[in-house]
Write a protein that binds this ligand. Sequence first.
Ligand code: HEM
Ligand code: HEM
Length: 215
Amino acid sequence: MRPITVWDLPTRLFHWILVVLIGLAWWTERSNHMDWHMLVGYAVLALLIFRVIWGFVGSDTARFSGFVRSPLAALRHLSRLARREPDTEVGHNAAGGWMVLLMLALIGVQAGTGLFANDDIMTEGPLMHLVGKDRSDWLTHIHGLNFTLIQAVVVLHVLAILVYLVLKRQNLLRPMITGTKAMPAGMAPPRLRSPLLALATLVVAAGIVAWIVRL
Ligand code: HEM
Ligand code: HEM
């Protein structure tokens, strides 16, 4: 066995900053700091756009083509869930890949509907004027419902990681922090992309959000 880097730094930073920002988005809304809520929402949107681009140009394990497999492969993977076996997965497993897509989509809906939302008092999303009050109210409703869905999926996500630890004795959390995993010698490590490319991608993503917000 030898350690190989399975998660590049940009993907790991994306994950943990996203976790903090989702928590902040919830808290700023609860405490009625709506200016901050919107800023945090823009940051989530920029992060999400970054991740989608990184899913095409990033390191092998970050690429959608590297982890989106057929639903059948996902079911096959789930049917072996209770089997205790060594972790030889470089990147997301076949079932985890779908979970990642679902989470990214839900967060996209959350940030997207937020742009059109209003709170009936003084907060208006920057794109509310494009749809008018009635449709904005409806999208605000979806914004609230969708967050409940996000909470449920995040609980499932964390439970799944616990299940891998308990049933399979596989620690998925450590690689998401350190980037490395012990793998059988001879296993080819994934190709990693430069963090500078990630930085440029983030700048593009932030630029897209700035453009949307000024629209
Ligand atoms: C993606 C990250 C975001 C998360 C996790 C999030 C979460 C939430 C939550 C939990 C609520 C309370 C919903 C309810 O009371 O049922 C809320 C309300 C709201 N959010 Fe967001 N939001 C995000 C992004 C945004 C963005 C980008 C904007 C606008 C730029 C925005 C604007 C609003 C507004 C105006 C409300 C008030 C709605 C009301 O009073 O009913 N949100 N958000
Ligand atoms: C707001 C909460 C969370 C959200 C929205 C979230 C979302 C995500 C996303 C989108 C990915 C895919 C990463 C990528 O390829 O870019 C992921 C992976 C992962 N997350 Fe989370 N996460 C959350 C909380 C957590 C927590 C609390 C933990 C710790 C138990 C955790 C542990 C992991 C691990 C270990 C992976 C990699 C799984 C694998 O090996 O395939 N996440 N998460």
